[in-house]
Design a protein around this ligand. Structure first.
Ligand SMILES: *Cc1c(COP(=O)(O)O)cnc(C)c1O
Length: 378
């Protein structure tokens, strides 16, 4: 009898998975609440400038070759990335978003029961992927101020640890670590003779303007089990195309290439990514708009008396005097989509992506109204 139950097909690790909850799509909000005016989606860290125009032109040209399978090895994209980053293309792998590369890393380098280290309040995908692969997860609490605690993470690493996930800046907190703590972390590994794969998830690195922000690519010589992951989804404005890349020692890339699907990145997506790399102007405009918007949001939230966490990303996390889910819901009613954070262990926080100046203003006004209504039971 029991083997007829659908869950007899899967292990406990799969049966107990909670699916990832993405930011609420604009279309869905319209449908659900019958909202008609403009909706500000500040929930998924998308680029408020839209996609890079050069990327779109390149993608349009590639559409005429849509009948052809893509170059599975993404030769030209890796070549262009190699020039751009100053890295041998043999050290680069393209992925269907950097999300896919996280999965490929787990599938390539881990066996069921292997140990991985993640930080609390980090990107939930790390835990999801580890659980799906039936890995043992150590989740290390953050230091005060929602800072990733690299000292405690280094301590949590054991001789059998396979993967350590570091996000810099971190999503959803926006907080980041500088060169000193990162170098001390690598020194600890060396001193303790530990050799896990250290995955530096740098999805937001283009937005990080702090002078001591580390570029993990500069550390591959020093630690050859370092993996740098980046994406075209955020600063380049190409989230719909699903392209990211990883940089690692050629022998690691070689193993990952054996595991990945043969055509994991599409032809149009590869063309768009190459076009985006040629669009330095768009990148600079995105970074400048973000930096101004980050300040606008921080000051606006602080003016409302809220705690704001320092961010080097294209979003800001803030703490509220009432449950984030409730504030999220009331903002939806006003046509503003943010991200509630209960799923990240931060039930009194919301994360808001940096939008255009007008979107940021609209969010701050809506939030002021929502919080104002508190005394009147509103
Ligand atoms: C958005 C994001 C990614 C990757 O996104 P893709 O669209 O899959 O490239 C990876 N890590 C973090 C922390 C992110 O926020």
């Amino acid at each position: 009898m029991s083997e007829r139950r659908p869950d007899a097909l899967v292990g406990e690790n799969i049966a107990s998975l909670t699916p990832y909850v993405p930011g609420k799509p604009i279309e869905e909000l319209r449908r659900e609440r019958g909202l008609e005016g403009e909706i500000a989606k500040l929930a998924s860290n998308e680029n408020p400038l839209g996609p890079s125009p050069k990327a779109i032109a390149a993608a349009q040209a590639a559409l005429l070759e849509a009948h052809l399978y893509p170059d599975g090895g993404a030769f030209y994209l890796r070549k262009r990335l190699g020039e751009y980053l100053g890295v041998d293309p043999a050290r680069i792998i393209a992925g269907n978003g950097s999300n896919e590369l996280l999965e490929i890393l787990a599938r390539t380098f881990c066996r069921p029961g292997d140990h991985v280290v993640v930080s609390a309040h980090a990107f939930v995908i790390y835990k999801l992927i580890a659980q799906a692969s039936d890995l043992e997860i150590s989740e290390v609490p953050m230091a005060p101020g929602l800072q990733m605690d690299l000292v405690a993470m280094a301590e949590a690493i054991r001789p059998d640890t396979r993967l350590v996930f570091l996000a810099n800046p971190n999503n959803p907190t926006g907080t980041w670590f500088g060169r000193d703590p990162f170098e001390a972390f690598l020194d600890t590994l060396q001193r303790r003779n530990l050799r896990p794969l250290v995955i530096m998830d740098e999805a937001y690195t283009e937005f990080a303007t702090a002078p001591d922000f580390p570029d993990s690519l500069r550390y591959h010589d020093r630690y050859d089990r370092l993996v740098t992951l980046r994406t075209f989804s955020k600063c380049y404005g190409l989230a719909a195309f699903r392209v990211g890349y990883g940089v690692a020692h050629p022998s690691l890339i070689d193993y990952m290439n054996r595991v990945r699907a043969p055509f994991n990145t599409g032809r149009v997506a590869q063309a768009a990514a190459i076009g985006a790399l040629d669009d330095a102007e768009f990148l600079a405009a995105s970074v400048a708009l973000n930096e101004a918007g980050r300040v606008q949001l921080k000051e606006g939230l602080q003016a409302l008396g809220l705690e704001v966490f320092p961010s080097m990303a294209n979003f800001v996390l803030c703490r509220l005097p009432r449950p984030g889910a409730e504030v999220f819901d009331r903002l939806l009613q006003r046509g503003v989509i943010v991200r509630p954070m209960a799923g990240y262990g931060l039930p009194d926080c919301i994360r808001v992506s940096v939008g255009t100046a007008a979107q940021n203003t609209r969010f701050l006004q809506a939030l002021a109204e929502v919080l104002d209504g508190e005394g009147q039971g509103g």
